[in-house]
Structures are given as C-alpha cells and as structure tokens.
Design a protein. Structure first.
Length: 74
C-alpha cells in the first residue's frame, strides 16, 4: 500500500500516509500529488486548529494499519 490523497478541496486536502512519515515527507508527497499553486504551498493543519474540530493532527486510519490521515491547508 502507498500514500494517497483521500480528499481534495480548493484550499485544503487530506492525505492517508504511513504513520512514520515526517512532516516534510507529507508535504513533499502532497505537492507532488496535488500541487498547491500558492507561494507558501501546503502546510499541515496543526493540533488545536479549530478546523480539526477536536480531531488529532494525525488521525489513525480505520482501514489501514500503521497509516494516518492528515489535513493540509493552502
């Protein structure tokens, strides 16, 4: 199994990636798979962001062991 984009929005996206990936690997993958197109590129939605609605920054994937879902914003 490999990393994948699970949701694309105009200014946000969600990825399902191996849990051991670094933040840099997550952003690099995201830019390759769905280029942001803004000057600052994609950045990870951090713990405490109100748009996470109380969910963790890295949420365990219910379908794949050792994978997590991460939200990114433009």
């Amino acid at each position: 199994m490999t990393a994948e984009v699970t949701r694309r929005g105009v200014l946000d996206m969600q990825v399902c990636i191996p849990a051991e990936w670094t933040d840099e690997q997550v952003v690099d993958f995201s830019e390759r798979e769905n280029p942001c197109g803004t000057t600052n590129g994609w950045h990870i939605r951090r713990q405490g962001n109100p748009h996470l609605a109380g969910d963790p920054e890295r949420a365990s994937c219910r379908d794949r062991a050792n994978y997590v879902h991460i939200m990114l914003d433009a």
